[in-house]
Design a protein around this ligand. Structure first.
Ligand code: HEM
Length: 370
């Protein structure tokens, strides 16, 4: 980072001495941006910028030169403010994501784990990494990869997800430049595709934060014991519609609940490692009763008593607006797959600004003016 800034300052100097007017305007525009990045570096850079400002008073401008200089200044600022803030960002463009996909796919199966696959757990990882987003203050979301740090790693809602993160560790180390934030989301996409689900559009660009300081407050992920109002509160906060909510929760065709994680127990479908619309069909067609046990309130299918539904799952058929989509998706698996892919893509991109190469949520305005 330091070397990078230094090179830019050198280049700027060349421009300043060959084009007096350019140096003036560049100094004026770029000052805040660069000095904020160089603040912790040497005083020499501060001095160079002071000189650029000093030149301002001596310059005599012409329209043409000013335009050239202004463009040059803005281009320079954009370039400088895009300077990679760590090694990861500097190399991320070199990552071969097709190879990363293959590596993730290769570690899904494990006969000693759950139903024989890490797939469902990886889907939950990508969802919980992203589902913290709030469009009200633009905090949370998958950018930053903060779940690997406290406090997010310790949240009750994230219990068990350390197993998913550990599983992915070898992939992270195999590809220099890959960020955890990209890896957690790409793993969910690959898992869905490998389990027979739709292709989901995914692109890299998330950065890793160095600690958990930017994690949003706990309590942003849904509480399975609650009903329709709570589900809407949580997902509207992320910017989803009722239709998107139902499509997303259809991911419960995959995986199961664990007493040592959420306290609930059992799978939603008979084929928990296959992506399908079975969750919706079973919700509608089976008879569900409250399970008698010592655990939290959950439902079991009357026929086999082997499947389960959470109170939040039942809310999807109790609420008339949600139910409409459950009926539609139970009938039409292709529409479900298509809608799920679109909603899941949206989920994984919440709070990530792909326009900036550093994924740091900086607007064009803030990149120019600091
Ligand atoms: C109303 C919203 C939701 C609630 C209340 C909810 C709740 C839960 C709970 C309690 C578990 C069990 C965790 C465990 O004990 O291991 C779980 C698992 C799971 N959830 Fe959700 N969830 C919701 C939405 C979603 C969404 C939007 C997705 C993905 C798009 C998703 C994907 C999964 C998957 C794949 C599992 C299985 C994980 C495994 O097998 O280890 N869930 N969910």
């Amino acid at each position: 980072m330091y070397i990078y800034v230094k090179i830019q300052v050198k280049t700027l100097f060349k421009i300043m001495f060959s084009r007096p007017l350019s140096r003036v305007l560049i100094g004026g525009f770029a000052r805040r941006s660069l000095t904020s990045q160089a603040r912790n570096n040497s005083g020499r850079q501060q001095y160079q910028w002071s000189r650029a400002r000093w030149n301002f008073g001596r310059a005599k401008s012409t329209g043409v030169a000013a335009t050239v200089a202004l463009s040059g200044g803005i281009a320079f600022v954009l370039h400088a403010s895009n300077a990679p803030s760590d090694k990861k960002l500097a190399t991320s463009s070199k990552v071969d994501y097709n190879e990363v996909r293959k590596s993730i796919a290769a570690l899904l199966d494990d006969n000693n784990f759950d139903d024989g696959s890490y797939g469902p757990l990886l889907v939950r990882l990508g969802w919980h990494a992203s589902g913290t987003y709030s469009h009200i203050d633009s905090t949370g979301g998958s950018n930053g990869g903060c779940m690997r740090f406290q406090p997010e790693s310790d949240w009750g809602a994230n219990k068990g997800l350390h197993l998913a993160r550990q599983r992915l560790e070898s992939v992270y180390h195999k590809y220099p430049g890959l960020t955890y934030a990209d890896l957690y989301t790409l793993a969910a996409v690959v898992a869905i595709e490998e389990m027979g689900g739709p292709k989901i559009k995914w692109r890299p660009g998330r950065c890793d934060h160095p600690d958990g300081k930017k994690s949003p407050p706990d309590g942003r992920l849904p509480d399975a014991a609650q009903g329709a109002q709570h589900i809407r509160d949580i997902f509207y906060r992320m910017g989803f519609t009722d239709q998107e909510i139902v499509a997303l929760v259809g991911a419960h065709s995959l995986g199961r609940c664990h007493t040592d994680r959420s306290g609930f127990e059992g799978p939603w479908t008979f084929a928990p490692t296959t992506f399908s619309n079975e969750y919706f069909r079973l919700l509608l067609e089976e008879k569900w009763q409250i399970r008698r046990w010592k655990g939290p309130k959950q439902y079991e299918d009357v026929k086999t008593k082997t499947l389960m539904m959470l109170p939040a799952d039942m809310a999807l058929i109790e609420d008339p607006e949600f139910r409409k989509y459950v009926v539609q998706y139970a009938k039409d698996g292709d529409t479900f797959a298509k809608d799920f892919a679109a909603a899941f893509e949206k989920l994984l991109e919440l709070g990530v600004d792909f326009k900036t190469t550093d994924g740091n949520n900086k607007s064009l305005w803030s990149r120019i003016f600091g």
